[in-house]
Design a protein around this ligand. Sequence first.
Ligand code: HEM
Length: 117
Amino acid sequence: METLRHIVVFVHLIGFAVLFGAWVVEAVNRRYQLTRLMNVGLLIAGVAGLALAAPWGIDYDMNYAKIGTKLVVLVAIGALLGIGLGRQRKNGAVPPAIFWSIGILTALNAAIAVIWR
Ligand code: HEM
């Protein structure tokens, strides 16, 4: 069970890497576009995250305040991605506040994961 949990954490990290990596590529190349890959990364991180939100394969108490906070942040990222992709389809550009918020909130969720114990 413990090994299976570690594998799900690994999948969760792949989702984070895909979402954040896709965002960094756009930011560094100064394109500031949202891509389908960001949705894919969010979906992988979200599904694996929900699986990790249940207390299996561990022998310590889970921090539900932390997990709830991460879930709220994930929903916010999803909403921003949805709104941003809609605007992009209509106008060809994403409002800068939406683009930057997606990257910052993704980094925030990773920071919450590793710093809040
Ligand atoms: C964009 C969204 C997310 C990002 C970037 C993210 C990032 C991370 C990272 C980097 C870790 C590894 C931390 C470590 O092992 O020390 C982690 C672990 C974890 N995440 Fe997330 N996460 C996200 C969403 C979620 C969601 C929505 C949930 C649950 C509702 C969740 C639940 C967990 C749990 C329970 C762990 C600990 C796994 C364990 O040690 O057993 N995550 N997350």
